[in-house]
Each structure stands twice: as structure tokens, then as C-alpha cells.
Design a protein. Structure first.
Length: 399
């Protein structure tokens, strides 16, 4: 049987694939700490699980409105006003099966064949695959440590062509943790506006910000940005609710109606039980998660800078990833093995000290690796010890 051309080159999500492979090894008894996955070590607020159990007992288990139940969309609308200074009515919100579906709905609603979608890289690989599935042309804007992995007006201007329709922003970023300040956003806003770009703002790591400055939604910096952007967010990262599959989009009303039409014809509502859990989660975000992640980050950054040969120029201010550069190690031989690329280094780290990380080529940054540090403090102590041990032994073993 022949597949459609659309899916001919479609691959499984490489980050999920890698995570599954590492978890299989762990199940087989291997002593591995899995730092590949973009998943927190904490769980939903207890108010959510209690409300969800009650919902099942009361048989709140039938179809709901495709866009989500009214109280949940109202709660999200109020959250956006209170926390982000963004005015979206409940009708402008569609609750989806994770941020992933909210993004796919949005790309499907906006992209025509051949439209260019600018994706600043390093970036989460799903953006590329979803844009291609919708017939668009994903166009990477290559960023690196020189601009702290952030767009500058010059870089953005030089990336725009007559076919450019959409710019994807992801602040804080997976995989770099880079977070745009208000000043950063104000410098690129005029270029976005002059070129009539639509922004898709993926704010899924919004609550996980460690700097003194609060998170700033790109939509909040100008009237143009609010009226020409689609905001995507979800519960996976902030509330540790990856398996509940809760995300949402907030968009101008005409776009939101089409996003809802698209969803109602493809999957309809997300689980009714998850919706109840989501409604109760919003006011119960645990700020301890942010403090714990910040501690993990600080210790790991210190280890990397003082005890390893990995290069970390900027301390990321959000999400739960470090994205150090391994270029100093390329071409060298460690433990008798030549390191030709970041993947070789990740493999050696796994083989020698049982620490699993993700090669940067998955994010279009072949000289970096991603380390997810959303683990408990004890596990992170072990990670720090193992990294130190790796670099101490590598000096003795053919450096
Ligand atoms: C940048 C980014 N956006 C969106 C998502 C989607 O998450 P979910 O579908 O679990 O809400 C992820 C998950 O890894 C992500 O890293």
C-alpha cells in the first residue's frame, strides 16, 4: 500500500523516540539518568486530581463543546488578562490536546502551499514537521551564542522574503532556555509590523522563568502584536501534566472560529476529565517548582563551567534546559573514541557514566547538546558527580 506524499518523509518525534529508547534501557536494569526528556519531575496540583476523580464519579464523561467547556475557557481568559495583560474573550480560546495540537490547528488554519514560516533555531523539531504537513516551507533562522540565541532586528530583517507569512517565537525556548525581555521584543517588533508578519507565540514554558524580570508575552508589547498573533500555551510543563494532554490557543475571533472548526472535524474536544483538571489547576501553580529548577540550574551551570570542557556562554533564564556547546571537543579522542559530532559525545557520556542527553542536531544546532534538568535534587547531585567523573577520567583516558 502506498502512503500519501504528505507523510512520505514524516518521521517520529526524535525527542520522544530517544526518550523511549533510553527508558527501555532503564527498564532492562541499566543505571542511566535520563536527561533527554522535556518532562518535569512534578505532578498535577492535588486540586486537579481530586476534581478529576469527582468528575468521573459524577459521569462527566461525555462529549463537551469542541473548543472546551465554558468555565475552563473563562478561567483561561481571566488568566490571560490577569497575568499577561492580554484581552481574549472565552470565544477566542480553543482548548486542545496539548500545545502540540494547538500548534497544528494554528498552522493548518494559517498556512497556504508555499508560505514561508520563519523558525529561529535551535528549535523544537515539531515546528518543522507540522509546517511541512500543512504545505508550508519551514525556514530556519540560524541563531547561536553570539546573540544569546535570540533574534536581533538585523537577523530578522535579513531572513524575510516576499513569501514569508509567519514567525514562530518560543520564549522561554526549548532547547536553549533563552527568554526574551521586553527590550528584546521591542527591538524586533517594528520589523514584524513593517513586514506584516503573523506571530505564533509558543509560551508553554512561560511560568518557568528565573530572572528578576517577569515573563513578557510577545503579544503584550504592542497593539499590532496582540491583533496579529496567535498565542499557544499548555499545562504540560508548568503543572507537570504531560499525560493529561491540555493545551490551548488564543487568537483573533475569525481565526479562532476556524481553529475550532478544524479541531471539531479532526479530534473534537479533549478529554472531559482533563478539562476539569485544567480548570482547577490554573490557580494552583506551585512556585516551589521554579525555585527547585533554579537550584538545579545553578548547580549544573557551576559544574559545567568549572569542572568540564563544555562551553556555556549564557546562563539560560527560563525553561529547564541547558544547551552547552561541545565544539572544543570535536576532533579530539576521549576514552579512545574520536568525537566527530555532538552525537558521539552524547553516546560516550551515556556509555561511560550513564547520563543520557540529546544531541543538538535534532534542534538544528550540531555543536550543542541539550540537558534537561527537571529532576529531583538528589538525582541532580548524581548528575553533577557523574559529569565531573567523566571529565576527570577522560583526561586519564586518551585526551
Ligand atoms: C517548545 C514546545 N512547545 C510545545 C510543546 C508541546 O507540549 P504539549 O503538547 O505536551 O503541551 C513542547 C513539548 O515538548 C515544547 O517543548
Amino acid at each position: 500500500m502506498k502512503t500519501s506524499n504528505r507523510v512520505l518523509n514524516l518521521k517520529d518525534s526524535p525527542t520522544l523516540e530517544l526518550n523511549d529508547a533510553i527508558n527501555r534501557k532503564i527498564l532492562n536494569g541499566e543505571d542511566i539518568i535520563n536527561l533527554t526528556v522535556g518532562e518535569p519531575n512534578y505532578y498535577e496540583p492535588k486540586e486537579s486530581s481530586t476534581a478529576a476523580i469527582k468528575a468521573i464519579q459524577k459521569h462527566f464523561t461525555h462529549y463537551t463543546a469542541s473548543a472546551g467547556i465554558e468555565p475552563l475557557r473563562k478561567a483561561i481568559s481571566e488568566k490571560l488578562i490577569k497575568e499577561n495583560n492580554l484581552k481574549f474573550s472565552p470565544e477566542q480560546i480553543v482548548v486542545s490536546n496539548g500545545g502540540k495540537q494547538a500548534l497544528y490547528n494554528t498552522f493548518s488554519t494559517l498556512i497556504n502551499q508555499g508560505d514561508e514560516v520563519l523558525i529561529p533555531t535551535p528549535a523544537w523539531p515539531t515546528y518543522f514537521e507540522q509546517v511541512k504537513l500543512c504545505g508550508g516551507t519551514p525556514t530556519p533562522i540560524k541563531l547561536n551564542e553570539d546573540s544569546a540565541f535570540k533574534l536581533t532586528p538585523e537577523i530578522l530583517q535579513n531572513s524575510i522574503s516576499s513569501k514569508t507569512k509567519i514567525l514562530v517565537l518560543n520564549s522561554p525556548s526549548n532547547p536553549t532556555g533563552a527568554t526574551y525581555s521586553k527590550e528584546d521584543l521591542l527591538t524586533i517588533e517594528p520589523i514584524i509590523e513593517e513586514n506584516h508578519l503573523i506571530v505564533i507565540s509558543d509560551e508553554i514554558y512561560e511560568r518557568l522563568v528565573f530572572s528578576e524580570d517577569k515573563f513578557i508575552s510577545p503579544l503584550s508589547i504592542s497593539p499590532y502584536m496582540q491583533s496579529h498573533s496567535i498565542l499557544v500555551n499548555g499545562y504540560s510543563k508548568a503543572f507537570g501534566m504531560t499525560g493529561w494532554r491540555i493545551g490551548y490557543s488564543a487568537a483573533p475571533i475569525a481565526i479562532s472560529k476556524k481553529i475550532n472548526a478544524f479541531q471539531s472535524q479532526t479530534t473534537a474536544n479533549i478529554s472531559s476529565i482533563s478539562q476539569i483538571a485544567a480548570q482547577y489547576a490554573l490557580n494552583h501553580f506551585d512556585t516551589n517548582h521554579v525555585n527547585n529548577l533554579k537550584n538545579n540550574r545553578d548547580k549544573l551551570v557551576n559544574t559545567i563551567r568549572t569542572k568540564t570542557e563544555l562551553d556555556l556562554r549564557q546562563t539560560p533564564t527560563g525553561a529547564f534546559y541547558l544547551f552547552p556547546n561541545v565544539s572544543k571537543l570535536l576532533g579530539r579522542t576521549l576514552f579512545g573514541k574520536k568525537i566527530s559530532n555532538a552525537g558521539d559525545f552524547c553516546q560516550l557520556l551515556l556509555d561511560k557514566v550513564g547520563v543520557a542527553t540529546t544531541p543538538g542536531d535534532i534542534f538544528l544546532a550540531p555543536e550543542n547538546i541539550r540537558i534537561s534538568y527537571a529532576k529531583d535534587a538528589k538525582t541532580m547531585d548524581k548528575v553533577n558527580e557523574r559529569l565531573i567523573n567523566f571529565f576527570e577520567r577522560s583526561v586519564l583516558n586518551g585526551n
